[in-house]
Design a protein around this ligand. Structure first.
Ligand code: ADP
Ligand code: MG
Length: 325
């Protein structure tokens, strides 16, 4: 099975002689040295009609989400967002679609003082690509590669709400109206943890944003850091809606563990810095929960009340799992 990661590694991951590339392919964003004191962080993400969002998703939410997923990657690098470009492929010049799309995009951009500074507009299947650029003082960016044995594994907010919303849209679970509203708002209008990302600077040892699924994204941190981890299910931060769906047997643990689209920050921090970091993140209005510990022994172990549990069958979304051998 070829994953998108195999393909990127085989065809696009090449060493560069440029000394200003501090970090290229392999993290949430690239880290580029642009001046002695400041590093630039660059990231790009695409949303494709029918793959990343259902066909009838409202355009205002799409404008919001296309930007949010990119700001989330900058947050995971502890970068301050500054500029974005927008490459849009549209089936037609539908102004009743473009107006709310732009409104959703600019509303979020203004919230974080981000400027749209360029892009491209073409006719084709609906595809939205945003590139986001941000900056961070030299040496302060966070990567997936700094986790050390003994560090705590933490996550902001809660996991599983967006995946439960998607499951409800696909008629796999039934939610009451208020729960559905909450889950769909997490799915369609994720709020990137920009301020929490900035709070990680100088305190966290590694970070990633949870886009593909918590287990898959934690595994990226483990692989990049050359460590393992134990995840304790009973500590997972779950909304009452997700907790109830689990208790009722409507949803399995793969929803919070592998569902994805959470856009929370998962990070690691050494014991003596953990409380300071928790206070700084909570001061941004965001909850934070310890969900596990980094181990020297490689691999991921999941326990519940101390009892080992099976890993979810599908750790995260893989774009090429089905159509490539
Ligand atoms: P994320 O989920 O944080 O957006 P991805 O898992 O999509 O990150 O990508 C992993 C890494 O591979 C990132 O560093 C990304 O920039 C890089 N990457 C993805 N696609 C390509 C490509 N076609 N060419 C070069 N690098 C790529
Ligand atoms: Mg990411």
């Amino acid at each position: 099975m070829s994953s998108e990661f195999d393909l990127i590694h085989r065809f696009f991951q090449r060493a560069s002689r440029r000394e200003d590339v501090i970090k290229g392919i392999g993290d949430d964003g690239a880290l580029l040295r642009i001046s002695p004191g400041v590093d630039l962080v660059v990231t790009t993400d695409t949303l494709v009609d029918g793959v990343h969002f259902p066909r009838d998703t409202n355009p205002e939410s799409l404008g919001h989400k296309a930007l949010a997923v990119n700001l989330s990657d900058l947050a995971a690098m502890a970068a301050e967002p500054a500029w974005v470009t927008l490459a849009l492929s549209l089936p037609g010049a539908d102004e009743s679609w473009l107006a709310p799309f732009a409104q959703g995009l600019f509303k979020l951009a203004e919230q974080f003082d981000v400027a749209l500074v360029g892009g491209d507009l073409t006719r084709g299947p609906l595809t939205i690509t945003i590139q986001a650029l941000g900056f961070v003082a030299h040496g302060q960016a966070l990567g997936r590669d700094g986790a050390k044995p003994g560090d705590g594994v933490y996550i902001t907010g809660s996991v599983g709400d967006a995946a439960l919303g998607l499951a409800a849209l696909q008629n796999r679970v039934v939610l009451d109206a208020p729960s559905l509203g909450l889950c769909l708002s997490r799915l369609h209008r994720p709020m990137p943890r920009v301020l929490a990302g900035l709070a990680l600077r100088g305190l966290a040892s590694a970070a990633i944003d949870v886009s593909d699924g918590m287990v898959a994204d934690l595994e990226h941190v483990l692989a990049a850091s050359g460590v393992g981890a134990t995840l304790r299910l009973e500590q997972l931060p779950l909304s009452t809606t997700v907790r109830r769906a689990l208790e009722e047997g409507q949803a399995g643990w793969e929803i919070p563990l592998a569902g994805g689209d959470d856009y929370e920050l998962l990070f690691t921090v050494t014991g003596d810095r953990a409380e300071r970091l928790r206070e700084k993140i909570e001061a941004t209005g965001c909850t934070v929960t310890q969900v596990g510990t980094i181990d020297a022994e490689r691999g991921l172990r999941i326990t519940r009340g101390g009892v080992p549990q099976a890993l979810p069958q599908r750790a995260g979304y893989n774009h090429f799992a089905h159509n490539l051998g």
